[in-house]
Design a protein around this ligand. Structure first.
Ligand code: SF4
Length: 216
């Protein structure tokens, strides 16, 4: 009983210091302020930002999709996992006009992190933040793992550029073509209501591989 009481008192005394170091030390504060997206620019400087299907490690549009820019121009709110004082989860605002209604907008909160940013950003040669958020949103809607989806699209983009596949199997997947990448994710799948697993395993490359094999 006394030991438990002592542990409780010790915890009560040390908790504020722990909380302070978890939220205010430089190594943690950056995750609250910018989130893991803070890694975009340093990795780009090091030549280690995955770019255009890993054909390069430096992306000229890195500044536009950096954590600093997203936080200053798009950040809508931060959230945290249960009881975590860091709150590293950053949600950006995606504001899209309704096609036929002037001055009406759909505003969505899009979660972003360093890996999803490069998966549908630099890896596709895309520095358009609205397009990047639309791709993140589309992956969420389709139930896809966004990193796997981005890597698959990046592969298809380079394969198209190199003439290994054609627009018969894809839409416009030229670098930075967000609309094409959005359509390309689902456009070739005959099973529109397929499971997320199907979309990832089959639409994520197997269809293209089959088409390519049929061409030979
Ligand atoms: S527990 Fe959640 S909010 Fe806290 S640092 Fe980890 S991912 Fe971020």
């Amino acid at each position: 009983m006394l030991a438990s009481l002592l542990r409780l008192v010790t915890l009560w005394i040390t908790l504020p210091a722990l909380l302070k170091s978890a939220t205010e030390s430089p190594v943690m504060k950056k995750y609250h302020e910018l989130g893991t997206a803070i890694n975009v620019l340093p990795l780009n400087t090091m030549g280690a930002l995955p770019t255009q299907n890993l054909q390069a490690g430096h992306f000229v549009g890195a500044e536009a999709i950096s954590g600093e820019r997203l936080a200053s121009e798009y950040l809508g709110r931060r959230v945290a996992c249960a009881h975590c004082p860091v709150a590293c989860i950053h949600l950006g605002t995606l504001r899209l006009p309704y096609p036929k209604e002037p001055y009406f907008y759909k505003t969505s909160m899009i979660g972003y992190d360093h890996e999803p940013i490069f998966a549908v950003g630099s890896l596709l040669g895309n520095s358009d933040v609205s397009g990047l958020f639309q791709l993140l949103d589309e992956a969420e809607v389709q139930g896809l793992d966004v990193m796997s989806a981005g890597v698959t699209l990046a592969w298809a983009t380079e394969a198209l550029q190199r003439g290994l596949i054609s627009t018969r199997e894809t839409d416009d997947l030229s670098a930075g073509a967000v609309a094409g990448h959005r359509r390309g994710r689902t456009g070739s799948c005959p099973q529109r209501r397929a499971s997320a697993r199907h979309r990832q395993d089959v639409c994520g490359g197997h269809h293209l591989a089959q088409s390519r094999a049929a061409d030979r």
